[in-house]
Design a protein around this ligand. Structure first.
Ligand SMILES: Nc1ncnc2c1ncn2[C@@H]1O[C@H](COP(=O)(O)OP(=O)(O)OP(=O)(O)O)[C@@H](O)[C@H]1O
Ligand SMILES: [Mg+2]
Length: 347
């Protein structure tokens, strides 16, 4: 038993004794007059016994009254809890339960937990609605342009260049739709409760180098100078998931860097960690955007060119994979000057 419980027990015992003594006192006060006026020659011992019994009776009566009030309060609390749970089961997560009286510690804990559950369900519901509206928006906008440009292609007067431009847009937008479904599936499978990583030992520098080389068409097209400083490092991690991380980060650096800019990828060992820094001289981020970029569907520059559009899912996938590896990702950026993502992974 802890100190608090012992103190509470002593307090209750003293209270009970005090009530009992007060009842006996009360009985003495009430009966003293009756005994002197109505019944004379009663032995003091008998008076004592009668008063004690009356006191005991009074204490039991008080106790019963108190219990009845307590039982009524428990019933009232149970009814309020049932109503609150019914509301929650019907999807109303906004109301909060407040009794206005104290029943006991157990009930208080129960009410606190019901309110916490309602709050969390409310947040989940909001996330679900946001998710649905984001997905609908991400599906709707490419579909609208596909439909619009496909209709425009019916026009026989179109020049060959316009026709090709429209077809390119249709192609880009359909690719975007397909990437959206891929990324959503990826996120869903990563977020599934039983989702696990399959760690193997492999050379991290080779993996990053191969990804940089695979992106060559993108960075040469934008005349971006790509610099790689990769120390030889072996890591134990999920190879295929980690390649997603580097692909997303390097693609972003290329995508958000102007022509003739620079992207630099560095890999070093720091103590028991592998640290990979991907920096670019691109558009950069505001402080506000920097705080949100790992959220699903978040895009910093909403008025971006169509060719640069993504779905805002890449970095949430990156963050999830790094968390699953007990690593850390940090972003430093200044608007117009460039961005640096630093990934730290335990070796
Ligand atoms: N290197 C970067 N420089 C500047 N802004 C960046 C950089 N990387 C990411 N961002 C900002 O963060 C946002 C979220 O990035 P994320 O990779 O999640 O989405 P996306 O690239 O827009 O789309 P997706 O990756 O799903 O194709 C981007 O829209 C962009 O505004
Ligand atoms: Mg991206």
């Amino acid at each position: 038993m802890d100190k608090g419980k012992i103190l509470e027990f002593v307090f209750r015992a003293v209270l009970l004794l005090a009530v009992y003594v007060s009842c006996i006192g009360g009985a003495f006060f009430l009966t003293s007059h009756v005994f002197t006026v109505a019944i004379e020659n009663l032995s003091p011992v008998l008076i004592q016994i009668i008063n004690s019994l009356l006191g005991l009776f009074g204490a039991i009566l008080l106790f019963c009254l108190f219990q009845m009030k307590h039982v009524a309060q428990i019933k009232q609390a149970m009814a309020a809890i049932t109503v609150a749970l019914e509301k929650i089961s019907q999807g109303d997560f906004t109301s909060r339960l407040h009794l206005g009286f104290r029943v006991n510690e157990g009930f208080e804990e129960l009410i606190k937990n019901i309110n916490k559950m309602a709050l969390e369900l409310n947040q989940m519901e909001k996330m679900r609605q946001d998710f649905i509206s984001n997905v609908s928006h991400e599906i709707q906008s490419p579909l609208t342009s596909i439909r619009g440009f496909a209709q425009a292609l019916h026009n026989d007067q179109l020049s060959v260049e316009d026709r090709l431009r429209f077809l390119n847009i249709i192609e880009t937008e359909s690719r975007r739709l397909s990437e959206l479904s891929d990324n959503m599936l990826k996120l869903a499978s990563l977020e599934a409760e039983n989702s696990q990583i399959t760690p193997v030992a492999y050379r991290l520098d080779k993996q990053i180098k191969n990804i940089i080389l695979a992106c060559e068409p993108q960075w040469t097209q934008k005349k971006i100078e790509m610099e790689g400083f990769l120390d030889q490092l072996e890591i134990t991690a999920d190879e295929s998931l980690m390649s997603q991380v580097w692909i997303n980060l390097i693609h972003n650096s290329i995508k958000f860097t102007f022509e003739s800019g620079t992207v630099r990828v560095e890999l070093q060992r720091q103590g028991e960690n592998a640290v990979c820094r991907i920096s670019d001289t691109g558009i950069g981020l505001t402080e506000e955007d920097r705080l949100h970029i790992f959220e699903r569907f978040y895009k910093a520059d909403k008025a971006r060119e169509r060719s640069q559009q993504g779905n805002g899912l890449g970095l949430s996938i990156v963050k999830k994979i790094i968390d699953m590896h007990h690593g850390h990702i940090n972003v430093e950026s200044s608007l117009g000057a460039g961005t640096t993502f630093t990934v730290t992974l335990p070796l």
